[in-house]
Design a protein around this ligand. Structure first.
Ligand SMILES: NC(=O)C1=CN([C@@H]2O[C@H](COP(=O)(O)OP(=O)(O)OC[C@H]3O[C@@H](n4cnc5c(N)ncnc54)[C@H](O)[C@@H]3O)[C@@H](O)[C@H]2O)C=CC1
Ligand SMILES: O=C(O)CCC(=O)C(=O)O
Length: 489
């Protein structure tokens, strides 16, 4: 489709169980990053009044939703999961068209969304408290969980199905109602996910979606008096700004933000495995994951061999439209992201790092129509360089050489972030020191830094998160408040 195509679809807000246009009568345009002239569709540029309606309807629906039993709530998720599964090709195609990741990756993420819904459907049937012996032998004391109320959800563009679902599903199963504001870049993919919940018959007002500018709707989400908690994934700057307002209002907040994730390759590593995982962890989704590998810390004895094997594989990477068969790496999400990544590559060169591979937009004529960049590898990167310290969010690997494992661990920990970290080693003593001494929320041994499992806690240390955890049963901590109940007959 092109800008002149009259059949393009305009996507609406979802408020109180109905699809509605914004009162502003304005729309934003979602473009395909693989072909910047291609329009994927239009989404609402909503106003604060639109948001107010969504928050009010979420509030009105909350008590009744809370009172449904866990299995009844879970049934809606099971239905929505089956609908999403039936639509997997359409949703994944939309995702590839909106944000650029390859179709197999987009399909994998959509399948993950199906699994998230099924996992949290069961959560409504699991225990949610403890019986605690009272010092009064005639009393019963136990804990139970109360929903937070109405939860505001602000999501990024890099996982447009999985992140909205891993926030909405636990929020809902624990009895909250939600208003979500997805990233504009992937607003249409999110609308298609919400459509599955709508078609599953979820009661009106329980789920609401309002699209529009972060500076308007994102800010409303944290300021609106009906919002009792906010869950955010995105940049550190925006996350911290939202947290300030949340603290001043005394509401709950949860932030998942950046990473500068290291992989350590020890002298005794299986180098083929380490190379494969560095490429997958660093370059899949064109490096646009908060868990992406960006610092590759390699011990001296294997440095040259590892570098040679890595470059051989990186050279084989095919860059192109994620919908085309044979493409391994798609474009970056937007021109803004492309410029950020190209700027960091220039900064790396100016700082004295040695560019081993890539660093440019690909030279093919097709590449000119999209936000493409070559997979890029630097070496001689020192810990104080900006490319070793700041989140680039693109396909850029920084090789760093060390003598000892102790030095490697110190270097890996020398970051304001602490989201995910990997080591490649066959020695149990190396594994144990890494597990013990690595300051990261996700510590992975002989596995890539990216790729989280939906049933396990996910989140970072230091500046990577607000120190809470998402996913698995850990999600209960944020989406509920504990009540301690004391009963005396
Ligand atoms: N941790 C992660 O998974 C992600 C990290 N990022 C990082 O952020 C950088 C910039 O990407 P952006 O898309 O610009 O991230 P962003 O933090 O601006 O956007 C994330 C979400 O916040 C919303 N938002 C933006 N401004 C807001 C405001 N003032 N108040 C409330 N909500 C607001 C956006 O509309 C979007 O829904 C990336 O280069 C990357 O380093 C971006 C996306 C995901
Ligand atoms: O690595 C993953 O699967 C999840 C990454 C993630 O949550 C993110 O990039 O925001």
């Amino acid at each position: 489709m092109t800008a002149t195509d009259v059949k393009l679809k305009t996507y609406l807000n979802y408020i109180n169980g109905e699809w509605s246009a914004s009162e502003t009568e304005e729309t934003g345009t979602s473009y395909n990053p693989a072909n910047k002239d291609e329009i994927v569709g239009f989404y609402q540029l909503s106003s604060s009044n639109d948001f107010d309606q969504a928050a009010t309807s979420a509030r009105a629906a909350q008590k009744e939703w809370q009172k449904l039993s866990g299995n009844v709530k879970g049934d809606y998720f099971l239905k929505a999961a089956s609908i999403l599964e039936e639509r997997i090709d359409d949703v994944a195609t939309t995702m590839t068209k909106e944000m650029g990741k390859t179709f197999p990756e987009a399909k994998g993420e959509t399948a993950r969304g199906v699994a998230i819904l099924r996992y949290y459907a069961g959560e409504g049937m699991r225990s949610n408290g403890d019986v605690i012996p009272s010092s009064d032998s005639g009393a019963l004391m136990f804990t139970s969980r109360a929903p937070v109320g109405v939860v505001g959800i602000v999501t990024p563009w890099n996982f447009p199905v999985a992140i909205p679902l891993w926030k909405m599903a636990p929020a809902l199963i624990y009895g909250n109602t939600v208003v979500i504001k997805p990233a504009s870049e992937t607003a249409i993919t999110c609308a298609k996910v919400i459509e599955c919940l709508h078609d599953a018959g979820i009661p009106s007002g329980v789920v609401n979606m309002v699209t529009g500018k972060g500076s308007v709707i994102g800010q409303d989400i944290v300021e609106h008096p009906e919002i009792n908690g906010i869950s955010f994934t995105g940049s550190n700057a925006v996350g911290k700004q939202l947290a300030h307002t949340a603290v001043s209002r005394g509401i709950k907040y949860q932030l998942e933000m950046g990473g500068k994730n290291p992989v350590i390759v020890a002298n005794d590593a299986n180098l083929d495995l380490a190379v494969e995982a560095t490429i997958s962890g660093g370059l899949k989704s064109t490096g646009q994951k908060c868990t992406a590998t960006s610092r590759v810390i390699v011990q001296n004895d294997v440095y040259d061999k590892f570098k040679e094997k890595l470059l051989k594989k990186v050279e084989e990477i095919t860059v192109g439209d994620g919908l085309e068969e044979g493409t391994w790496m798609g474009p970056l999400v937007s021109e803004k992201q492309l410029n950020t990544v190209l700027d960091y590559i220039e900064i790396g060169k100016e700082e004295g790092a040695k560019l081993l591979f890539g660093g440019n937009k690909p030279s093919s004529s097709n590449a000119a129509i999209g936000h493409y960049v070559e997979p890029t590898v630097f070496e001689d990167v020192s810990p104080n360089m900006r490319i070793a310290r700041e989140e680039i969010f693109g396909p850029v690997l920084a090789l760093m050489k060390v003598d000892t494992l102790e030095e490697a661990l110190n270097m890996a920990n020398d970051s304001e972030y602490g989201l995910s970290a990997s080591i490649f080693t066959t020695k149990i003593s190396n594994m144990l020191s890494f597990m013990e001494d690595m300051d990261a929320g996700m510590v992975r041994i002989n596995a890539e830094s990216a790729g989280v499992e939906l049933q396990a806690p996910f989140g970072g240390m230091k500046q990577s998160s607000s120190h809470s955890r998402e996913q698995g049963r850990a999600a209960m901590e944020f989406y509920t408040n504990t009540k301690t109940v004391f009963v005396k007959g």
